[in-house]
Structure formats: C-alpha cells, structure tokens
Ligand binder design. Structure first.
Ligand code: 26V
Length: 816
C-alpha cells in the first residue's frame, strides 16, 4: 500500500483550511463544527477519489473478472469514521483535527446517516461492498441516488410520525463525486416497431415515448488497509434538458410538462416497504431506471476495456439483490438482440451465464409480481422478451414432465388469473445461473417449499450463502473498547480474519478477562444510558439487563410477543409478592412501514405500556421499557455494543436470516431466539449452552397450521397469557380511554394470530426465566458472553463474500 501510508499532516491541514474557505465560505476563527466536519471530509475525499480513479484505470482491474452488485437499497450509514479506519488514518486525523481545537468524536457525531435502504437487505448490501473492497474482489455496486432516504420517525403521544429524510447537506455530500461523463439515457412507454435491416432481416426495436437522464454519483468504498477503492454508483433521475415537445408529446404542452416533472421525480424517494409488495407504477419505473443505467454502464466499461460483447459472461457477473432489479435480465437481452443483433440462442447464452439471484424472503406478500398491462404499457419490448423466455421455459417443463399441466402452471413466469401477472422470482430462477438463499435453513426452505419444481428442473442451481456483517463497522468501529480488549489478547488479525476470535476461547474462564469483558460491556451500557438520558429524558439503570429488540416492525418478527412477556412481568411484579426478577431494561427501536396499520398499532401499544410501567412507583428500577425513536445505522452502533440479551424471536420459517442477531452475538450479547434463519447457525457455533432457544420449530409450525391453529386454545388454558393479553383490553395503559390498544390484542385472537405468538408464549416466558436466573451468576454470564464473541467469527461478511466469489462468481482477488 502506498497512497494511504503517505499521510502528511501539514498538507492535510492545509487542505482542510482550503475547503473551509473555498467550499464553506468561512474562516477557521468562525467555523462551527458542521463546517469543520465538512472541510475535513472534503480533504479526506481527495484521497478516496484519487484511489477510486486509480483503481478504475488499473489494467489489472479492467482485465479481471468483476462482480456487479445490483440493489435498489444500500443502507450505508455514516461513512467518515469507517473510512478513517479503512484508510488507517483514525489516530492521525484525531491529532490533526485536535490541533485545530476540534474533537474528532464530536465531529463524527455531527454527520447524518444516508438511509438509502429499509433494513436487512439494504444493510447487507452495504456490508458486502465493505467486504468486497477489503478482500479486493473487483466490484461495482449499483444503486439509486434517492433524494430522500427512509423517513425519519418521531412519536406523537406514542404514535409513529413520518418526516422526510434529507441526507445531503445544501453544500453537498463530501464523499460523493458526480460523474457526468457516465450519464445514461433511459426510455419508457412507447411502442415496438418491426423493420427490415440492411441485410434484409426482420428486426424489432423499441421506440420509447419518454426519455429521462440517469446521472451517476460515485461513493468511494474504501478497502480496509489496502489501496483499492471501488465505486458505489448511484443513479439520479433527471428530466432531459432541453426537452422536445414534438418528440415527447405531439404538442400537448401541459401533459408534456407533467411527464417532465414526473421524470424528474423518479428517484425522489425510497419506497418504505419492507417485506411487502404494493406493485406501484412509480416503483417499477424506479426499478427499470436503475437496471437500464446499470446494464448500460456495465456494457460501457466492458467495451471501453476493449472486450468483445461475446465475452461478457467471462468478465462480468451481475448479482441481483432480491427480485427488485430483475428487469435487468430482459434489458440485457433487449440490447443483445435489438442493438447487437445477436440470435436468441447467442443472447441467451450470454445473459443466462451473467446473472445470479439472491432470494431474501419466503413471505408470499413480499414476492413481487407486475401486472401484464402495466408492463406492456411501460416496457413493451421487455414484456415481449419475457413472453419469449417463458415460451422456452414452458417447452423445457413440458419436455421434463410431459402432460403435467400443474407443473406448467406452477413454474410459469406468467401467473394466470383475472389479470395475468409477471412473477419476478420465477423469471429470476429461470434466467440465472445461480440462485441462493441467505442462511442454511432458509436455503433448505427455498428448495423444499418455494421452488421445489425448479430445483428438480435445474439441479445444482440453488446454493446457500449464509449472510454476514462487516467486522470493521460492527465491532472495530462501533465497539472500540471491546476491540482494544480483544486486540490486547490476540492481536489485530481478527479485523480482517474474524475466525481468529476463536483464540479468545482460552480466556473464557480467566477471571481477570471476565471482569475486563464485563467492564467493557458496562461502559457501553453507560454510553447508551447517557444517550437515552440526553435524548429522551429517561433514566435507566446500567446495572440492569439490557434486553434489545431492534429491527423493522413486522408481525412475523413478533415484537408483540416481547410485549406480552413484558406485560406478564408487570403483572407478576404487582400481583405476586413472591415474584423476584433481575432488573431489566427492555429496549426497542423499530420503524413501521407507513401503510402497515397493525405495525403502527404495535408501536403505539409498546409506547403506552412503556409510559405506564416507567412511571409506576410500585415498579421502580426493576422494569423499564424504552422505545428509542428513529432507528438507524448510527443508533444501532450505540445500542448493539450495550446489549446483554438479543431478541431474535420470529416465527420459525419466516426470518430468512437476520443480521442483527450476528451483530449482537459478536458484541457479546446472548441470544434468546427461535430455530429460525441464521439463529440456527449461531446456535451451531456457540453451542446449546450459550444461547436460549425456545418455541416451535419450522416443522411444528407447519404441522400446527395444517391441523388448524386456534389461538383461543392457548388463551383459554394459560392463565398468565390470558391475564397479560387482557391487560391490553382495558384502560390500564390509556387512562380513561379503554380499548385503545385493542388492535394488537384483536390480531392475536379473533384475527387468528397468523404468526403463532400465543403458541410460543409459554416457552418464551420459560426461556426468559432461564436468562433471569443465569444473569444472577455474573461469572458464568461473563463466560457465555465471551464465548459468543469468540465463536461468531463465521458471520463476517468477508466470509460471505468469499463464498460468493468461490461458489457463485468464480472471482479472483486483485491486489494493487
Ligand atoms: C421487499 C419489498 C417489496 C416491494 C417494495 C419494496 C421492498 C423492499 C424490501 C423488501 C424486502 C425484501 C426482503 C428482505 O429485506 N429480506 C431480509 O433480508 C435480510 C438480508 O438477507 C435477511 O437478513 C432478513 O432475514 C430478511 O427479512
């Protein structure tokens, strides 16, 4: 490594001063923290932009096979602290800024999070970019440059309020660089025309009715301790200027203006749904815009490096992060067929060896389908190509299972019905060379329940790649005290090779290390306690168990199961004189999709219960409930290191993987969880004694549902459950307004309890009882916590990325 190591403090400080004046129009004597932070970032970005360009121009990179990670979401979080770590400049810049009278930690706290993603899927994409750069696998991330990220959340009398998230400063975002020379044009609507080319061959071409511009913005993804910087390329939609009236609209001025305005709005806002598909036209436009820009850019790079289009699949792999970028497949085929005039077989041979697809959910309501009408109107040529793909697929199915109509119906890309719909997951499985699930159990369910017929038709196409998280952000950066303690025992090799944490096992029984480990945990709990006091005006006790559930609000994640347990504790503390428990603080942080009414009701219920319990003099310090508003990456960075207990309590079979489970276990929290997603593999790593597993497993869930699940069976026979649930019915938590919390209770009874909350309640309460008892024995708790840190090295996203590189992308690292 060359560039990074040549840090020149004087030159750096001169650059900071220069940006204070030239970009912020202020002077060192007048500048506030905001200006200092931006000037510092501009100064640092000089290096990352130079390295981005050097990496891009490097012949070794141009001639190497690379991966293109296509995702509608990259939940990157704050960049400055992480980039400083990757650049190896944290200490140097701390000193350089201190000489200006500026405290680096305070400056970093000033930065806003770009929230260009919803939850797990978007954060995974960000961790993967970090690991691709750390492992030096040639890569480009392609996403959208939303003007507004995920909404900001506040509470008004306990109810969620949404506000727009403006993540960029008026003066710009220092880490991004605009790339006007990479801009693309993207078409929509219009018609398909048949024509005869110069060789007398019949050809088809698309004549779009509307065109917009895709502007490229690059964010630098800085490789840890190396010189590689890969781009995260985000496309911003702009109306084409000057826009031609005749071309767009045969003279209808107002309608033409309208389309102009609409075009300029395509990338205005991230859709806030998580695991629920609404099938809106604007969302499909976003998806196609993303794909058209990205595919065109991939082809541009390929051809600029002097490669033949026929070699595309040899040099480029395109990974689809869920089905959201699926339309990239017919887009590539369209270009190969209509612009390069390849035969179907030649075009298909290329595209079907270029694309791979990751499935992130089994929930039927999250599987995307698009109506034929909408597709035909918006993307007429792509719809034709999809029909062509399906025709050939149906031929293969008929060949394998002659006369089996049911197989045709199940595997078809086109779902028949009142209106025909395009099933994007089927299109993906049929048109890619590899499909993967995101945890061992999830992959098994993809094979067994979601795509059993595809698995038979295309044996070997389905793979598992268990998710992971980047140890730079989720241990080294967010937990500096634990990082220092670990490094003092085993050196710093773990930062790039997380399996080395195993070396901590031999200290698990060491009393001094146990004390040091718990001391770090206590300090992190104190940090969170201070944050809560300062930002919420709430006092919590850092000696209590910090019990944490942080994730999007969804019925399948069962925040209301957690709530029922809290209600049961509250009830027992008040009504059972013999009941004793370790003091506990239940910590929630979670956003609900704005249109998901029940999810918002659950937030309201938790907030109302919290209000009452926290102010109940009979309870005191023993039980506290804190719902921290506006969950986001920078908040996770404070909460995760402070967690004692990690709540991973989804209905078995519903959580594809989870990644928060990995982050908390790595930071020494003990998991209370179901046999779901990656919990299964965490248990395998830490051992049954170091995790609290409860509840029905996936087969038991399916069996119970098959025989007919009745929540009243549990409600009627379990006194504690009934009492806890009925607390929601009166006005206990909403004085003078009985029934305000009924929606949550109703969903679990007359609503049918679709996620089996009541069925798992009793076992959950038991598991929580074991936790309570265990925490009373601090020494053995410390040992278990240490073993959780020591044994979770598998869940580094570096390992996930190596799995993808070896088993799916066939990619080699390129060190520069
Ligand atoms: C679905 C949709 C549907 C259309 C509207 C926009 C939208 C946005 C997000 C999604 C969710 C896709 C599924 C998802 O996020 N899955 C999560 O992926 C994580 C990473 O693999 C995994 O850890 C979680 O268990 C899984 O729920």
């Amino acid at each position: 490594s060359t560039v990074n190591k040549r840090f020149n403090k004087t030159a750096f400080q001169a650059a900071v001063n220069k940006y204070l004046v030239t970009k912020l129009a202020t002077l060192p004597e007048q500048a506030d923290a905001h200006a200092w932070r931006l000037a510092m970032e501009y100064a640092l970005a000089e290096t990352t932009t130079m390295n981005l360009l050097a990496t891009e121009q490097d012949p070794k990179i141009k001639n190497a096979r690379s991966v293109n990670y296509l995702s509608l979401e990259f939940l990157i979080g704050r960049l400055t602290g992480n980039n400083l770590i990757s650049m190896g400049l944290y200490e140097e810049v701390t000193v350089a800024m201190a000489e200006f009278g500026q405290n680096l930690t305070d400056l970093l706290e000033e930065e806003r999070d770009p929230a260009l993603g919803n939850g797990g899927l978007g954060r995974l994409a960000a961790c993967f970019m970090d690991s691709l750069a750390a492992e030096e696998y040639p890569a480009v991330g392609y996403g959208l440059h939303y003007e507004y990220g995920l909404f900001k959340q506040s509470f008004n009398d306990g109810r969620q309020q949404e506000a727009p998230d403006v993540w960029r400063d008026e003066t710009g975002y220092p880490w991004e660089v605009i790339r006007p020379e990479l801009a693309q044009k993207v078409g929509f609507y219009g018609k398909v025309e048949e024509y005869t080319d110069n060789d007398g061959l019949n050809q088809r071409r698309w004549l779009p009715g509307l065109q917009v511009e895709g502007m490229a913005w690059d964010l630098p993804i800085v490789g840890y301790n190396n010189n590689s910087v890969y781009p995260l390329r985000l496309w911003e939609c702009r109306a084409l200027a000057p826009f031609s009236l005749e071309r767009f609209d045969e003279g209808n001025y107002v309608a033409a203006q309208a389309s102009h305005i609409q075009a300029g709005n395509l990338t205005k806002v991230l859709y806030p749904n998580d695991n629920h598909d609404k099938g809106k036209e604007l969302r499909l436009m976003q998806q196609y815009f993303h794909c058209a820009c990205s595919v065109a850019d991939i082809l541009r790079r390929h051809q600029a490096a002097g490669h033949s289009i026929l070699d595309l699949a040899k040099l480029e792999s395109i990974q689809l992060n869920d089905t959201h970028p699926t339309i990239a497949i017919p887009e590539l085929l369209r270009i190969l067929l209509d612009e390069h005039h390849l035969s179907w077989d030649d075009a298909w041979a290329i595209s079907s060896k270029t694309f791979a697809y990751t499935n992130h959910t089994l929930l039927p309501e999250a599987l995307e389908t698009w109506g034929e009408q909408l597709m035909t109107t918006l993307l007429p040529r792509h719809m034709e190509i999809i029909f062509d793909i399906n025709l050939r697929l149906m031929g293969e199915v008929a060949h394998k299972w002659p006369g089996d109509i049911e197989k045709l119906r199940k595997l078809s890309i086109i779902q028949e019905g009142d209106e025909r719909r395009v099933r994007m997951a089927n299109l993906c499985v049929a048109s890619t060379y590899a499909v993967n699930g995101v945890a061992a159990m999830h992959t098994e369910l993809v094979k067994r329940d979601l795509f059993p017929e595809f698995n038979e038709l295309f044996p070997g196409r389905l793979h598992n790649v268990t998710n992971g998280v980047t140890p730079r952000r989720w241990l080294k950066f967010c937990n500096p005290k634990l990082s220092a303690l670990i490094s003092s025992k085993i050196g710093t090799g773990w930062i790039k090779d997380l399996g080395q944490l195993q070396k901590l096992e031999k200290f698990a029984d060491d009393s001094q290390f146990q004390m040091d480990f718990m001391c770090v945990k206590k300090a992190n709990k104190q940090r969170l306690t201070d944050w809560v006091a300062e930002n919420m005006g709430l006092t919590i006790n850092p000696d209590a168990i910090f019990d944490v559930q942080i994730k999007r609000l969804h019925e399948y994640k069962r925040q209301h199961l957690n709530l029922l347990h809290i209600l049961s504790l509250y009830h027992r503390l008040i009504n059972d004189a013999d009941f004793k428990m370790q003091p506990r603080v239940f910590i929630f942080a979670s956003k609900a999709a704005p249109g998901y009414e029940l999810a918002k009701e659950i937030i309201f219920a938790i907030n109302k219960v919290a209000e009452k319990i926290n102010n109940d003099p009979r309870i005191g310090d023993t039980l506290k409930v804190v719902f921290i508003p506006d969950y986001r990456v920078s908040l996770a960075e404070i909460i995760i290191p402070a967690a004692d207990v990690s709540e991973q309590i989804s209905t078995a079979g519903k959580e594809a993987s989870g990644t928060g489970n990995m982050k908390m276990a790595l930071n020494g929290a003990l998991t209370v969880g179901t046999m779901d997603g990656a919990n299964v593999e965490i248990r395998e790593e830490v051992g049954d004694d170091n995790i609290f597993i409860f509840g029905l497993n996936v087969d038991e869930v399916q069996a119970l549902q098959a025989k007919g699940y009745n929540p009243y069976d549990y409600y009627n026979s379990d006194q504690l459950l009934r009492t806890s649930l009925d607390l929601l019915a009166g006005d206990e938590f909403t004085p003078g307004q009985p029934g305000l919390l009924n929606a949550t209770r109703h969903s679990l009874l007359a609503g049918g309890d679709p996620y089996l909350v009541l069925a798992d309640f009793a076992d959950y309460v038991q598991a929580q009882g074991r936790i309570d008892k265990q925490y009373g024995d601090q020494k053995s708790w410390a040992k278990m916590a240490i073993l959780n840190t020591a044994r979770n090295g598998k869940f580094s996203s570096d390992r996930s990325i190596r799995d993808y590189a070896n088993n799916i992308w066939q990619l080699n690292a390129v060190s520069r």
